[in-house]
Design a protein. Structure first.
Length: 598
DNA sequence: TCTCTCACTTC
DNA sequence: TGAAGTGAGAG
């Protein structure tokens, strides 16, 4: 495997430290695109600082050290859980990813959610066989630009729109032992992308015409509740970068998808030239569509965008069989995509397709153009600038990548780094002292049999950040509507959690106000699923900035290093959520396809 | 640029 | 059999 990767290790609560970063790559030939992206050297230079680390910085385009020689992170905080192993991650379907990356990968985002293609799949080695791990994936903005496809190439079209809520997808088999993870290909094909800011399914929300970078995280933990204080190891594969679109812009990408995605087989060449044009579709009248909308349930929320953070993503409690139930590579689709021979055998045929002619537009666009964007801007309002501060803390690095589209105007790509709330060690320890007093998260159950949001720490009792704990607690406990299953769950946790019945369905499980993610439970296929969803009334992720100022030395040092000044701001809001997919076993082994209820 | 339905596909 | 995943094409 010749997959390059940027490998980072850090604590989710603390800014990354020089010792947290290592760069590695699999042995073997370096794909051409690696040279183009520069192996992340600028990242290291900026994060580590020239001459401030013993980490050897690879030169641009040079082979990076083999996994066996990865500089290992040194623990700098006593509470950190250090890896005793040396996980190595291989990206699967690298050839396919490479083909897409050369052209400039586009991922369609829809209101109802679309899967990624190629699917993000990795193979892990180097785990401690007995230890348990949680594997996660998220997608972060690659830079702060908005793009447009102009003259058959992607060009910067202005500043990025307000950032969407960050959500992290937990692999549904998590937690599982190292042995189990290493025995299979870890497939994230069930992760869905959407542009619906009100999405309740837990899909990853992205901005159209923005560039994104998927990331893979390994956490050595036997309980998802331990995520907040666990060390993350993050792997970035630059070739998986893509631009989110609502409709394909580059016909080459369209064709590549048609040629490789089994679900798009119907659009493939029949053999005698291109597939015949479809008969025109009879569109429903607008009136009919509207009537349909009114009668059925909508994914849209009636929530005021300004209260966006109050929303808990939900998910349909569909008990239908998911053809892609297994997130391992056991399904046919994944197998096909895994075989390089088949991928190789498919030639991209683009000769019959001409690039769309794009109307000439001004390069720069206001970020607030259009109703939707205005709404988003409004929704994020105050948070925007603070988020930018946050991102600048975490993403000070820039390195350029050029999409080989023949263009003379390369894209500028900023690879985002993990969002790490600049919080103190104290927070994590307080969290844990409470969690440790609890019983198992979900004992003796192969699936979550509760669906709801858990305002983990939202009551504020654990929070050194919150200055209005009684008020927060009150807000979180005034619903009075607590499902029996959730009561049971709370009892097991012995944790100050409060639930509020919310709607018909839910996937939502908000965990932390301070840990920068929501946890969301995907639909379970097992029995005993309460047809209700819950959401906290607490406003998650609100962190008084004053606390940043009294953060740890690490935080201060980090701010100092990159010249980030968060003083003067009142609140830092970091909306991130985690999707826990179905058939998740907490405290048990990974759910296997055969073990799921039928 | 986005949303919707359609025909076609996989499983 | 039918749910769910595809891009096309119209609006």
């Amino acid at each position: 495997c010749a997959t390059p990767m940027l490998h980072m290790s850090y604590h989710p609560f603390l800014p990354p430290q020089p010792s947290d970063f290592a760069i590695g790559a699999m042995l073997g030939r370096r794909p051409p695109f690696l040279s183009a992206v520069g192996c992340g050297k600028p990242i290291l230079e900026q994060l580590v600082g020239a001459g401030e680390s013993n980490i050897e910085l690879p030169s641009r385009g040079l082979d990076v050290p083999a996994p066996s020689s990865h500089p290992q992170p040194r623990g700098t905080a006593e509470h950190e859980v250090e890896f005793e192993d040396d996980p190595v991650v291989h990206l699967e379907s690298t050839e396919l990813w490479g083909q897409f990356h050369k052209i400039g990968t586009e991922m369609v985002i829809t209101k109802s959610g679309r899967r990624m293609f190629p699917p993000f799949k990795v193979r892990c080695t180097g785990f401690d066989k007995k230890a348990r791990y949680i594997l996660l994936m998220d997608i972060v903005a690659a830079d702060n630009c908005r793009y447009k496809f102009h003259n058959s190439r992607w060009m910067v079209a202005g500043k990025s729109d307000p950032e969407m809520p960050k959500r992290m997808y937990i692999h549904p088999d998590s937690p599982a032992t190292g042995e189990q993870w290493m025995s299979k290909i870890v497939n994230f094909h069930k992760l869905k992308l959407t542009n619906n800011i009100s999405d309740k399914h837990g899909f990853t929300i992205l901005n159209s015409m923005h560039k994104y970078q998927p990331r893979f995280h390994i956490v050595r933990a036997n309980d998802i509740l331990k995520l907040p204080y666990s060390t993350f190891k993050t792997y970035v594969f630059p070739e998986t970068e893509f631009i989110a679109v609502t409709a394909y812009q580059n016909d080459k990408i369209t064709q590549l998808k048609i040629d490789n995605n089994p679900f798009a087989k119907g659009f493939r060449d029949t053999g005698n030239g291109r597939r015949e044009k479809r008969k025109p579709v009879l569109q429903l009248k607008v009136k009919d569509v509207e009537q349909k909308k009114d009668s059925g349930s909508s994914d849209d929320s009636s929530c005021d965008p300004a209260n966006y953070f109050l929303q808990v993503p939900t998910v349909a409690t569909s008990t239908s069989k998911d053809p892609c139930e297994s997130d391992t590579d056991s399904d046919g689709e994944a197998k096909r995509l895994t075989h390089p021979s088949e991928v190789k055998s498919r030639e991209m045929s683009t000769t019959s397709r001409q690039p769309k002619e794009q109307p000439d537009e001004t390069l720069q666009r206001e970020a607030t153009n259009g109703t939707e964007r205005q709404t988003r801007a409004k929704a994020w309002g105050v948070q925007k600038s603070l988020l930018n501060v946050h991102n600048s803390v975490l993403c000070p690095e820039h390195f350029k990548t050029t999409l080989d589209d023949g263009g003379d105007r390369p894209l500028t790509n900023t690879h985002a780094h993990p969002y790490c709330l600049p919080t103190s060690t104290f927070v994590g320890q307080q969290i844990m002292s409470n969690i440790r007093g609890s019983t198992r998260f979900m004992p003796s159950q192969s699936h979550f049999n509760f669906i709801g949001s858990v305002p983990f720490m939202a009551a504020g009792v654990l929070s050194p950040w919150s200055t209005n704990l009684p008020a927060d607690r009150e807000r979180c406990s005034d619903s009075g509507a607590i499902a029996a299953s959730n009561q049971e769950f709370m009892g097991q946790l012995e944790f100050p959690l409060r639930f509020q019945q919310h709607g018909p369905i839910s996937q939502g499980l908000i965990i932390s106000q301070f840990f920068p993610y929501n946890y969301m439970i995907a639909p379970t296929h097992g029995p005993h699923i309460p047809a209700a969803s819950y959401r906290p009334r607490c406003r998650p992720y609100t962190v008084p900035v004053g606390l940043l100022d009294r953060g740890t030395a690490r935080t201060d040092a980090y701010h100092s290093k990159f010249g980030v000044d968060v003083k003067g701001s009142s609140v830092v809001t970091v909306p991130v959520s985690v999707v826990v997919d179905s058939k998740l076993e907490i405290g048990g082994g990974p759910a296997s396809p055969t073990s799921r209820p039928t």
